[in-house]
Design a protein around this ligand. Structure first.
Ligand SMILES: NC(=O)c1ccc[n+]([C@@H]2O[C@H](COP(=O)([O-])OP(=O)(O)OC[C@H]3O[C@@H](n4cnc5c(N)ncnc54)[C@H](OP(=O)(O)O)[C@@H]3O)[C@@H](O)[C@H]2O)c1
Length: 243
């Protein structure tokens, strides 16, 4: 029997991350999950509790410290790192935080979770990724490439930076045999969506929200051998939201 593959996934407790754990677990992978909350026993995958690392990715010190714990749990090989955790803070009454009003602390907080944690984890686990000739998937957003009516400026710029980081990492990790890609979701049915999204959805060519599973399937593809010559790419998963 071949060795069980293993993934580290941030932000596994809800939404896209939750669907991703289910997809990979169903394929027989072991999934190490990272998020702020303790493991929720309602999560339906096997071995969830001992494979969960409770961590606030907004804290660089906590993220760097967690590398040692993750390494111990991995035992030398990592087939996939999926940087999925993300936050999109709003102003009072759900207002969009723009470039004029977002305070720098909020901006920095968003960057730590959405951007810096991804590179801290990836370079901290580079030996394990290289040993397995694994891959990294960074979850960006449609908001990284265009002004979005609800996603704020801190969120949008963090996702644009994460897309650029994906190219830079693909360049640097490639010689280690590690592929690095991004996926950019559009409007996916999760708790991150804002009221009013239904107005956007009416105008989408596919006329519906995307489902977390439809994003998880693309992450699965990028981590599989079917994507063995894809690196440095950002795949859009948005039901043709551009037209
Ligand atoms: N839904 C969409 O339409 C959409 C569109 C474009 C991009 N995206 C991106 O897709 C990714 C997943 O989004 P989602 O909609 O599934 O989000 P979600 O339902 O809000 O889930 C976010 C996840 O991130 C974790 N998280 C948040 N802050 C964290 C922190 N400081 N440290 C550790 N974990 C943290 C949360 O777990 P805890 O609360 O336990 O920490 C949760 O598991 C995000 O990067 C988001 O920007 C989503």
């Amino acid at each position: 029997m071949s060795e069980q593959k293993v993934m580290v996934l941030t932000g596994a407790s809800r939404g896209i991350g939750h669907a991703t754990v289910k997809r990979f677990s169903a394929e027989g992978w072991r999934v190490l999950t990272c998020s702020r909350q303790a493991f929720d026993p309602r999560c339906p995958w096997p071995g969830g509790e001992e494979n969960h690392i409770q961590i606030d990715l907004a804290s660089p010190d906590a993220t760097i410290a967690a590398i040692a714990t993750i390494k111990e749990k991995l035992g030398g090989r990592l087939n996939a790192l999926v940087n999925n955790a993300g936050i999109s803070p709003k102003g009072p009454g759900g207002a969009r935080l723009n470039t004029l009003e977002t305070d720098l602390r909020t901006w920095g907080h968003v960057f730590h979770v959405n951007f810096f944690a991804s590179i801290v984890l990836a370079r901290g686990l580079k030996d394990e990724l290289s040993a397995a000739r694994g891959s990294v998937v960074n979850v960006t957003s449609i908001a990284g490439a265009r002004v979005h009516p609800f996603a704020g400026a801190a969120y949008a710029t963090s996702k644009a930076a994460l897309a650029a980081l994906t190219r830079e990492m693909a360049h640097d990790f490639g010689p280690m045999g590690v592929r690095v890609n991004a996926i950019a979701p559009g409007e996916i049915e999760t708790s991150i969506l804002s009221p009013g999204t239904e107005k956007i959805v009416e105008k989408l060519p596919l006329q519906r929200l995307g489902q977390p599973k439809e994003v998880a399937d693309v992450i699965w593809f990028l981590c599989s051998d079917q994507a063995s010559y894809i690196s440095g790419s950002e795949i859009e998963v948005n039901g043709a939201q551009h037209v």
